[in-house]
Ligand binder design. Structure first.
Ligand code: 8OZ
Length: 366
């Protein structure tokens, strides 16, 4: 029987365990959206597969200045950002860990104060997200977007490609494209948001075209075996209303990616950070269209994760919030040790408090 703590090879990446640290936005990058030494300490604390994660997926990181939607999130588009990430990947690898970066374009989930020259956010349509983002001074309603012109789309795809190349320069083991949670790619996928009449809107095949072009570009640049994808078929995050047929949409999206030989697919089941049964969706049926490693996420306890791997529902399980409060979550799950509680006040922004000061078991014993 396979356990959560057995090794696995996903694409070209060897992992010591199947316990994954999910991508978690923490808003602690330095000016210029540059990853810093505090972030390095945070990731390094969680990197040793014997005590932490078999794979770390970084916090979502914007591929371009227009891809940013929240204050102080890191980027992967400037030389300074690549240098900052290099120090982090070196620290993770020194502890025997593996780390991929989540490539992010927020689309309409942004605010003019965060964007170059106060531009309007970009999306598939001009429909505004009835949602909030986090800017200097606190939460603010998302700004009204403008629909990307069809001739602007190749440049967006090229930004994903360049970001993936930058990620390899920064020493990452691979990349995960963020296709979930109502951000740009999801804004093209769903007919609740995408009202385009061109080659990127209308039929399922056209709404999945941006995703397909992005995945082809990224996998073409760094190899399918170093490329993953996160999808959230039914999440309502960021005012992403349900698609009229999520099962058909996701099936087509995933089936069309088969030639790329992706390392893994990462599925958020239900409402991200909320109800796992938020809306009906058959994740096991979707899996039948994918040959790579199958990663599940959302609200997993250690017991649920062990059951999912042992029972074959998942090859890997990504756990988010418990990894914030427990740098040694892997060791705690193996030992059945109690978990530190999460301080929700220190999730977004700030310094070491609630970030790098959660105690490990050995520190608690000492
Ligand atoms: C929480 C706060 C800000 C961003 C996501 C990147 O939902 C996020 C995110 C989560 O995927």
């Amino acid at each position: 029987m396979t356990t959560l703590f057995d090794p696995i090879r996903i694409g070209d990446i060897n992992l010591a365990t199947r316990l994954v640290m999910a991508p978690l936005t923490r808003n602690r990058a330095s000016p210029g959206q540059v990853p810093n030494d505090l972030m390095r300490e945070y990731y390094a604390q969680r990197a040793d597969p014997a005590s932490g994660a078999g794979l770390i997926i970084t916090e979502a990181s914007q591929i371009s200045p227009m891809g940013q939607g929240y204050l102080d999130t890191p980027g992967i588009h400037s030389a300074e950002q690549v240098a900052g990430w290099r120090r982090i990947t070196d620290a993770v690898h020194a502890r025997g860990g593996r780390i991929v970066i989540q490539l992010w374009h927020v689309g309409r989930v942004s605010h003019v104060s965060l964007l170059p020259d106060g531009q309007a956010p970009l999306s598939s349509s001009a429909r505004a997200a009835n949602s909030k983002t986090y800017i200097a001074g606190g939460f603010a309603p998302c700004s009204a977007p403008r629909a990307l012109l069809v001739e602007e789309i190749p440049a967006i795809v090229a930004q994903y490609r360049q970001a993936a190349l930058n990620a390899l320069d920064a020493g990452f083991d691979g990349v995960e494209v963020h296709g979930a949670n109502g951000y740009l790619i999801d804004q093209f996928l769903r007919d609740s948001i995408n009202d385009r009449g061109d080659a990127y809107g209308g039929s399922i095949d056209r709404r999945t075209r941006l995703l397909r072009e992005v995945m082809q570009a990224v996998a073409g640049a760094v190899g399918g075996g170093r490329t993953g994808l996160r999808l959230s078929p039914v999440t309502p995050s960021n005012d992403a209303a349900l698609d009229s047929d999520p099962q058909a949409l996701m099936t087509h999206a995933v089936a069309q990616l088969a030639p790329l030989g992706l390392a893994y697919l990462h599925l958020v089941e239900g409402q991200t950070g909320g109800a796992r049964d938020h809306a009906p969706f058959d994740y096991a049926a979707l899996r039948r269209h994918f040959d790579g490693a199958w990663m599940l996420n959302n609200g997993y306890t250690g017991a649920m994760a062990e059951q999912a791997v042992a029972g074959g529902a998942a090859d890997l399980v990504a756990i988010g919030r418990p990894f914030i409060a427990n740098p040694d979550l892997g060791r705690r799950l193996r030992q059945g040790a109690p978990l530190n509680p999460l301080d929700a006040q220190t999730l977004y922004g700030g310094g070491a408090a609630g970030y790098t000061d959660y105690p490990a078991l050995d520190a608690a014993l000492a």
